[in-house]
Ligand binder design. Structure first.
Ligand code: SF4
Length: 376
């Protein structure tokens, strides 16, 4: 298992005694620690970093989240089929460094990896929304602005989140990762309310484009361990990447995956195309000059992102769908950030409303708990 460590730890004044800070200091005794005031952003801006984004990944700042935690997933963009997913972020920035990661644009000038100390506020906020609407079913994930588990060996946020969601009948927590840092999950009791999910690419892409992540075989082994411990699993073939030999690569990946895990305990599998903005493409060219992801043909789409041209992405979606249905016919499949016409071409029909995908995914995993007049 990889242990991701910082080059320095910054603690905002007043947060020294937060439990997550104490855990990190105890587990990383050799890392230099500095106390900073609330004006830390200005202090750090004065430092002249050659690659501020890369440096920031290893400079951990413990601070408070001063706005709300719970947000709608940004994939809910007009014109795209939405799956009504909610996100909460206890960490902003990621210790890994995938060449295609949107954080390179979203957090371009961010000098730190932020860790929010006020976990209680997050839990209170989620409880207010989930418990006050028992007729609704929720899917909530932590993997939007960071990897959900890579820092868990140090921070142990899973010990706050898993019991909280295990105690709720109408909500699922998704922990999305490219790591194999699952040790902290094994002693917890998820009670079918926690889905641990992995983004997967064929090993030739994992090894060359997903820098600092766990290997494909390490991810599979980690998935087997959490499945044996009672967790549901999820998998995301997102981004789907075209490369010479992609068909054999993805087919083998699907076959290996479902020969390693029990499909009846897989909550969902998603598919998504590689999507890049012009600014992200420029950053990738600068930071990863040898990436092969910029050589494929992409076309601009209505949401401002560039995607693999439609005929090829439909071909890729159909191929993945047929291999997945061949080995795991009962597992719910959906697409992320795709239009209704593409859904029709791949699945034969598009969802009738923006609540349908959410209903399918929650009902398959929560049954009738909390089912009422509205499930999104
Ligand atoms: S694991 Fe996810 S968040 Fe982390 S660098 Fe890769 S794409 Fe970005």
């Amino acid at each position: 298992m990889t242990l991701y460590t910082p080059s320095e730890i910054l603690i905002e004044q007043g947060e020294e005694n937060a439990p997550v800070v104490q855990r990190a200091l105890e587990r990383l005794p050799e890392v230099p620690v500095h106390l900073v005031d609330k004006d830390w952003e200005r202090q750090l801006s004065a430092r002249d970093d050659v690659d501020r984004f890369a440096t920031g990944k290893r400079r951990w700042l413990f601070t408070r989240q001063r706005s709300t935690f719970l947000e709608h997933c940004p994939a809910g963009t007009p014109g795209l089929v939405c799956c009504n997913y909610l996100v909460v972020s206890l960490i902003s920035n990621c210790p890994m460094d995938c060449s295609y990661c949107f954080l390179q644009e979203y957090l371009a000038n961010n000098p730190t990896l932020k860790i929010f100390t006020n976990v209680d506020d997050l839990l209170r906020e989620v409880a207010t929304v989930v418990d006050r609407q028992p007729w609704r079913q929720f899917r909530i994930g932590t993997g939007e602005l960071s990897d959900s588990l890579a820092l868990d060996p140090v921070l142990s946020f899973s010990t706050d989140l898993v019991p909280f969601f295990a105690a709720r009948k109408n909500a699922l927590l998704e922990l999305k990762t490219k790591s194999d840092c699952v040790g902290g999950l094994l002693a917890l009791e998820p009670k079918d309310r926690v889905v641990v999910s992995w983004s997967l690419t064929p090993p030739e892409i994992t090894d060359t484009e997903e820098h600092g992540t766990a290997s494909f075989s390490a991810r599979l082994e980690a998935a087997q361990r959490v499945q044996a411990a009672g967790y549901k699993l999820g998998f995301h073939f997102d981004p789907l990447i075209e490369f010479p030999g992609w068909e054999a690569g993805y087919r083998d990946t699907v076959l290996q995956l479902f020969s390693a895990v029990d499909p009846s305990r897989v909550a969902w599998v998603s598919l998504g195309s590689l999507r890049l903005t012009p600014a992200l493409r420029a950053t990738m060219r600068r930071r990863f000059p040898h990436t092969r992801l910029l050589s494929g043909e992409q076309v601009p789409c209505a949401d401002g992102k560039w995607r693999t041209f439609q005929a090829l992405r439909v071909k890729m979606y159909r191929a993945l769908t047929s291999w997945l249905k061949g080995v795991a016919p009962q597992v719910p499949l959906y697409m992320c950030m795709e239009t209704a016409p593409v859904w029709e071409k791949v699945f034969g029909r598009a969802p009738t409303c923006d609540k349908e995908v959410a209903r399918t995914l929650t009902a398959a995993n929560l049954g009738n708990y909390g089912r009422g007049s509205d499930s999104s």
